[in-house]
Design a protein around this ligand. Structure first.
Ligand SMILES: NC(=O)c1ccc[n+]([C@@H]2O[C@H](COP(=O)([O-])OP(=O)(O)OC[C@H]3O[C@@H](n4cnc5c(N)ncnc54)[C@H](OP(=O)(O)O)[C@@H]3O)[C@@H](O)[C@H]2O)c1
Length: 209
């Protein structure tokens, strides 16, 4: 599939690189294609192409948002995302690893407000970038799980298929409003790993009987 990445830093590059290796085409979306993160990404994976934001979005089947949350509004309100699947990989993080919107609503719902013509799916936020760089674990029976939320079944199904390409199981946790709980899971993971010494390649798994 044709994927566009707005944001090609730690999260964006890890995802884009693995998607490219599993056969997808990557456009890096940035109005300053000379920006350092774009140049580093192109040097690390020469199969990527860099395009201005709207041009990258226009040619993409799926658009990934992997930018600092505080700039999301200005980016999204300047774009035409009509009919696009927009995967929100961002998290609003406040002081002391708190929820950046004071848990009043999820960042993903804000993203949907700023991009009303897109179908927004929240994914790839419950772990640090380390698990996006390498989601492969030795067990054949139990895979790491990626939790996704969104109001559009087709969009979530598409993200599920992309997740499978990366090596993740997918757990659909329901509508986009569930993203608030995913964002709290992020805070839990970040505090466990960045503050309390848990391994950055630990993940959650889904077992059912
Ligand atoms: N780090 C993690 O482990 C992790 C895990 C899950 C989710 N997240 C969330 O994912 C998001 C990205 O985190 P990150 O750690 O990947 O950040 P990062 O390494 O700082 O990368 C941010 C990317 O956004 C780009 N960007 C900034 N302004 C832009 C603009 N106007 N147009 C296009 N691109 C622009 C940056 O490009 P420039 O070089 O030009 O600034 C850079 O490529 C954040 O919301 C974060 O909360 C992070």
């Amino acid at each position: 599939m044709k994927l566009a990445f707005i944001g090609i830093g730690k999260v964006g590059f890890a995802l884009a690189n693995n998607f490219q290796k599993s056969g997808h085409t990557i456009a890096v979306a940035h109005n300053d294609v000379k920006s350092e993160s774009v140049q580093v990404a192109l040097a690390k994976n020469p199969a990527f192409v860099a395009l201005p934001l709207q041009a990258a979005v226009d040619q993409a089947e799926v658009v990934f948002l992997a930018t600092p949350f505080k700039i999301n509004q200005s980016i999204l309100e300047g774009l035409n995302l009509q009919g696009k699947l927009l995967v929100d990989c961002t998290n609003p993080v406040g002081p002391g690893i708190s929820h950046g919107l004071n848990s009043a609503m999820s960042g993903a719902e804000k993203v949907a407000d700023w991009a009303p013509s897109a179908q927004v799916v929240k994914a790839y936020t419950i772990y640090g970038f380390e698990n996006l760089e390498n989601p492969i674990f030795p067990s054949k029976e139990v895979k790491p799980v990626m939790l996704v939320a969104g109001d559009h079944a087709e969009g979530k199904a598409l993200v599920q298929s992309l997740n499978t390409d990366l090596g993740f199981d997918t757990l659909d946790v329901g509508p986009l409003s569930q993203s608030l709980h995913l964002e709290h899971m992020t805070l839990l993971w970040v505090k466990m790993v960045r503050q309390n010494g848990h391994h950055p390649n630990f993940t959650w798994a889904y077992l059912e009987r």
